[in-house]
Write a protein that binds this ligand. Structure first.
Ligand code: NDP
Ligand code: 8X3
Length: 252
């Protein structure tokens, strides 16, 4: 039987690439996000290209009840989740702390921290019961070092760093693996979302250097979850070659 991976935030970026990469490998995949049309077209594409089994679940990860209702649909073989990739997340805005937008802060905290917790709380008991499973949290270089105007986004990613370490301590005795994957600048929909649809601002982020691509992170996730049973990858920090720190990027 093929192992099962749930990937949150699979309608774009890292999540989409991870769903495709895992399906091309040995996994059946559960793909989630808010945009049903994107999930439906990805489901169709993965099925036709890879033959993997796919289940799409549309929900807003900030809505605890919606997360519960979606997880209730994991019946039959889908109950036995082997891998949870906690990827859904965003940065909203970029401003100094005294000029920050409180709605943006709440969206980031509710998605990046609380959403991750809601789904982990529902999926991890099955892993504990089966004494088998792997949780992969997508952190960031922003969870390793602060940068100007990053404040609340940085705080959510520091929280993920702390949570990943704490989850590993809580789950080690149950045989569950926990990994953090921390990317540097990657060209996805991330900056378009951060700048609320301003394509010109988003393009500036990746101007003059080669950023990471979603596939680079998908390959790292695949590597982490296919190590032998005695090996856990605790933490990976993956940067573009031209980026030495959050705000040290060599541009041509
Ligand atoms: P994208 O914007 O391309 O993808 C984000 C995904 O998250 C989408 O599928 C989106 O789905 C989903 N998502 C966002 N909000 C919600 C929500 N409320 N409920 C459910 N799903 C949601 O960005 P990336 O692929 O770049 O980002 C993925 C993760 O990687 C994030 O956690 C981000 O912080 C992190 N990261 C990104 C980096 C980068 O430079 N790109 C670097 C380091 C970390 P939908 O809109 O359909 O709901
Ligand atoms: C995304 C990378 O540097 O824009 O986590 O915060 S950064």
């Amino acid at each position: 039987m093929r192992p099962i991976a749930i990937i949150t935030g699979a309608t774009a970026g890292f999540g989409r690439a991870t769903a495709e990469t895992l399906a091309r490998s040995e996994f059946d995949v559960v793909i989630t996000g808010r945009r049903t049309e994107k999930l439906e077209s990805l489901e169709e594409e993965i099925r036709s290209k890879t033959g993997a089994d796919v289940l799409s679940l549309t929900f807003d990860i900030r809505d605890q009840e919606a997360v519960k209702q979606a997880c209730d649909k994991l019946k039959g073989k889908w109950e036995n989740v082997d891998v949870l990739v906690n990827n859904a997340g965003l940065a909203a805005g970029l401003s100094h702390i005294h000029e920050g937008v409180v709605d943006d802060w709440e969206q980031m905290i509710d998605t990046n921290i609380k959403g991750l917790l809601y789904i982990t709380r529902l999926i991890s008991p099955g892993m504990v019961k089966r004494r088998k499973g792997h949780i992969v949290n997508i952190g960031s270089v922003a969870g390793k070092e602060a940068y100007e105007k990053g404040n609340v986004y940085v705080a959510t990613k520091f929280a993920i760093d702390g949570l990943t370490q704490a989850m590993r301590i809580d789950l080690v005795e149950h045989g569950i693996k926990v990994t953090a994957i921390n990317p540097g600048a990657a060209e996805t929909e991330f900056s378009l979302v951060r700048f609320k649809g301003d394509q010109e601002e988003a393009d500036k982020v990746y101007d003059g250097f080669t950023p990471l691509y979603a596939e680079d992170i998908a390959e790292a996730i695949l590597f982490a979850i296919t190590r032998p049973p005695h090996v856990n990858i605790d933490d990976m920090l993956i940067m573009p070659t031209s980026q030495a720190r959050s705000r040290k990027i060599v541009r041509k």
